[in-house]
Structures are given as structure tokens and as C-alpha cells.
Design a protein around this ligand. Structure first.
Ligand code: PGA
Length: 254
């Protein structure tokens, strides 16, 4: 049985005061979400403060991005994986579609970032997913395969033993239009099957999250899919009550 995981991606939202309130509510409510792992990914500038406030709560800390470099150096504005580990991050999101489309991260850079995360003992949360045009063209599986294979070629399948994959159809992110459970299950089964060709144990154990307009009212139906092990939550993670309701749905999913 895979343990469900719910990750909050705050994106570029929050302030010290807002975070304090939200983290206090999440930390207090997390104890009622038995059997589910919970993580939150605040903007990097708040990682230490949020991490300090989470201490002892059981809620893990994650970063939203990292530099692909594996040594300190002259990379103004970048964050080395070792630094994220140093301030208490357990997870790091890699290859989010906003990074891919707005900041030009291509498959090979995403693969380098995944490798760097693994090198520093961070668990990468690798995001993959198709655009609406790609879905309409019937190329969803080809896109998922391309994005996944780029990382597999770089790191080998063993690195996925300590990783998480988030299937995030680009058209469902922040749009209020979640993918239908059948679409999600089909994509997740494809991803798990592709990994299974290389390593059946890792494929069976890896947490596959769904992300894209997950809300308290659709979480249960999505998490009930056989190959869905939790969610990567954007907008709804900014409301502690909604985020906790989603975590409880993951805890009780069949
Ligand atoms: P959303 O974002 O829940 O606001 O759609 C998900 C994500 O981008 O990870």
C-alpha cells in the first residue's frame, strides 16, 4: 500500500504575516490527517521561517525550484540543492509547467535539476503533463513519455526510488477545470507502466500525484483512482481549511 502524499505549492504568494497564520492552521490540523504525508512549498525566501514553524508538526518542507548546478559558484540568484537541504527541505518541485513555459526550462534542464536534487538527498517532485493542444492532438502519452524519458536517460530508474511524480495537465492548472478522474487514471497508469518496464518495484512504490485545480469538492473522486497517490495543490493550498480538507480526502481515499 502506497502512503498518500499531499503537497502544497504556494507559488509566488504569501508574506511573513500571512504565512505565520496559514502554517499555524496547517500544523494544527495535520494531526487529524492520519496516514497521509503532507508537505508545503513556500517561496524560497520564507523556507527557513516556515520550516522553523513546522518543527514537530510532522508536515514536511519543500522548495519550488533549484539550480541544476551541483557546486557552489557564480550563479547569481540561484539556489544550490545543498542549501535547500541545509534549511530543512525534504522535497523540491522540478519541472513545473510554469518553469517550463515561463522560464524556458526544457527537458534536459529539468533532468539536470532532478539529478541535482537527488544528489543532495532532496526528493524531487517531477512535474509532467500535456497542454490542451497536445491532448486534442492525441499526443498526451507521447508527451508524458518524452518528459519522463528525458529524466530516466539522465539518472537511470534507480533515482526514482526516492522521487515523486506529479501528473499536471497544463490546461487544468489554475483554471478551475480539473482533469476527469478517468483521464487522470489513464495518464497515471501509463506513467506507472512506463516505469515498470524498467523496474517493477520502483514503479509500484513511487507516489504518483495529480495536480491541476484540486479542490475539496473534487479531491475524493481524483484520489480514489487506483494509481493516484495524492495531489500537488496550488490555489487551494493557500487556504488552510481547503488544504486540510484535501489532505483528509487523501487519507480516506480507497
Ligand atoms: P492549481 O495548481 O491547484 O492552482 O491548479 C497546481 C499546480 O500548479 O501545482
Amino acid at each position: 500500500m502506497r502512503r498518500p502524499l499531499v503537497v502544497g505549492n504556494w507559488k509566488m504568494h504569501g508574506s511573513s504575516a500571512e504565512n505565520r497564520e496559514r502554517v499555524a492552521a496547517i500544523a494544527a490540523g495535520a494531526s487529524e490527517c492520519h496516514g497521509v504525508d503532507i508537505a508545503i512549498c513556500p517561496p524560497a525566501v520564507y523556507l527557513q521561517a516556515v520550516g522553523a514553524q513546522l518543527a514537530g508538526s510532522g508536515v514536511a518542507l519543500g522548495a519550488q525550484n533549484l539550480c541544476e548546478q551541483t557546486r557552489a559558484g557564480a550563479f547569481t540568484g540561484e539556489l544550490l540543492g545543498a542549501m535547500l537541504a541545509d534549511v530543512g527541505c525534504r522535497y523540491v518541485i522540478v519541472g513545473h509547467s510554469e518553469r517550463r513555459t515561463l522560464y524556458g526550462e526544457d527537458d534536459s534542464r529539468v533532468a539536470e535539476k532532478f539529478a541535482a536534487a537527488a544528489q543532495f538527498g532532496l526528493q524531487p517532485v517531477l512535474c509532467i503533463g500535456e497542454t490542451l493542444a497536445e491532448r486534442d492532438a492525441g499526443t498526451t502519452e507521447a508527451v508524458l513519455a518524452r518528459q519522463l524519458d528525458a529524466v530516466l536517460r539522465r539518472t537511470g530508474v534507480a533515482a526514482f526510488g526516492d522521487a515523486v511524480i506529479a501528473y499536471e495537465p497544463v490546461w487544468s492548472i489554475g483554471t478551475g477545470r480539473n482533469a476527469a478522474p478517468e483521464q487522470v487514471q489513464s495518464a497515471h497508469a501509463f506513467i506507472r507502466g512506463r516505469l515498470a518496464r524498467l523496474d517493477a518495484t520502483i514503479a509500484n512504490q513511487i507516489a504518483l500525484l495529480y495536480g491541476g485545480s484540486v479542490k475539496p469538492n473534487n479531491a475524493a473522486a481524483l484520489f480514489d483512482c487506483a494509481d493516484v497517490d495524492g495531489g500537488l495543490i496550488g490555489g487551494a493550498s493557500l487556504h488552510a481549511g481547503d488544504f486540510l480538507a484535501i489532505a483528509r480526502a487523501a487519507a480516506t481515499a480507497s
